[in-house]
Design a protein around this ligand. Structure first.
Ligand code: ZN
Length: 335
């Protein structure tokens, strides 16, 4: 057995493994892997979270999902990694804190065991998790700084049955917005390249108000369970099919500040995402923190649905603040 292969006797129940990556100056780096093996036959669903180290809320959704499952009532298996980039999380940052090479784990799949630390982590995830799964959900959310997200992403580069199957599962997750996104180099892009159905969930944020957090947590677990129901892994109904907007990158219009300052946001509630916003609507104002004057207004660049927004607070030049999916350049998918 390769030292990086987690043991598997196929028996029903819960297991927890630590996947070795390498030894760091600060100690052994391992990735956490939760395995629930059901009593019945079925697909293996991989769930990953924390590819970006500051996107920590989906780990708690995974916790709630796993706590609510009885292996005796599951067909197939869940393999879940709640924290894919522990060094980034430990630095409260998005990317791996290292000196050389690409440091965004979301860009380097399938990685390399002889590459930099980011590539080593990707390689373990590719071989030990994605290669051993049939389906992948890679969960992202707004990172530190109060950004709210509400969409799922499929990979533009996927074709044929892989694309159709990925779209079906992404739709079952239940968000109004479905982004046909460029996901080459991501975990999902790699999974698709291996013929596996996969999508990104991209909802919630971190350090949110309880009113937003509670809804995102329950919606995330409901989304997981809806996908599992669609895959026949649990005896439950999928979420009701709904009208959803499939938007390509060309329909995604961001409104980000040209200068750093304090953003006073007009869209600070999760309930506003996925809703129509008219072109020209005031999204937020930027206040210079030296002169205390309003220096910029951020306005909706097109008619569309709100894809992400941000709580009020300090942001720097170019920080992702708001985005709309332009309905005229998108496709409504009927139930
Ligand atoms: Zn992310």
């Amino acid at each position: 057995m390769n030292e990086n292969e987690w043991p598997d006797d196929g028996s029903e129940g819960r297991r927890f493994h630590r996947l070795p990556v390498c030894r760091l100056l600060s100690g052994e780096l391992t990735l956490p892997l939760h395995v629930i093996t059901g009593s019945g036959d079925g697909p293996t669903l991989a769930i990953t979270a924390g590819v970006h180290g500051d996107e920590t809320t989906p780990a708690m959704m995974i916790r709630d999902l796993l706590d609510g499952l009885d292996p005796a009532n599951v067909a197939g298996r869940i393999i879940a990694v709640p924290l894919c980039n522990p060094p980034a999380a430990g630095a409260f940052g998005r990317q791996t804190p290292e000196q050389h090479g690409k440091t965004d784990l979301h860009e380097v799949f399938p990685g390399s065991p002889t590459g930099n630390l980011t590539q080593k982590i990707a390689s373990v995830l590719a071989r030990q998790v994605i290669d051993r799964a049939d389906v992948l959900i890679d969960y992202h959310c707004g990172g530190s700084g109060g950004r709210l997200q509400e969409r799922v992403d499929i990979h533009m580069g996927a074709e044929g049955a892989v694309r159709e199957g990925s779209l079906e599962l992404a739709r079952a997750f239940g968000t109004v917005l479905v982004h046909d996104n460029k996901l080459g180099g991501t975990a999902v892009g790699y999974a698709n390249s291996q013929g596996k159905r996969a999508f990104n969930a991209e909802t919630a944020g971190v350090y949110l108000a309880p009113s937003d957090q509670d809804g995102y947590m329950s919606d995330g677990v409901a989304g997981f369970r809806s996908v599992m129901a669609t895959l026949g892994m649990i005896d439950a109904d999928a979420l009701p099919a709904k009208r959803q907007l499939l938007f390509p990158p060309s329909a995604r219009h961001e409104a980000n500040p040209a200068h750093g300052g304090y953003l006073v946001s007009e869209f600070q509630s999760a309930s506003q995402l996925g809703r129509p916003v008219e072109k020209g609507t005031l999204l937020g104002r930027m206040i210079d923190m030296h002169s205390l004057q309003v220096i910029e207004e951020l306005r909706a660049p097109v008619d569309g649905l709100l894809v992400f927004s941000r709580y009020s607070g300090a942001v720097d030049a170019g920080t992702k603040s708001f985005a709309l999916a332009e309905t005229a350049r998108s496709e409504w998918l009927e139930p």
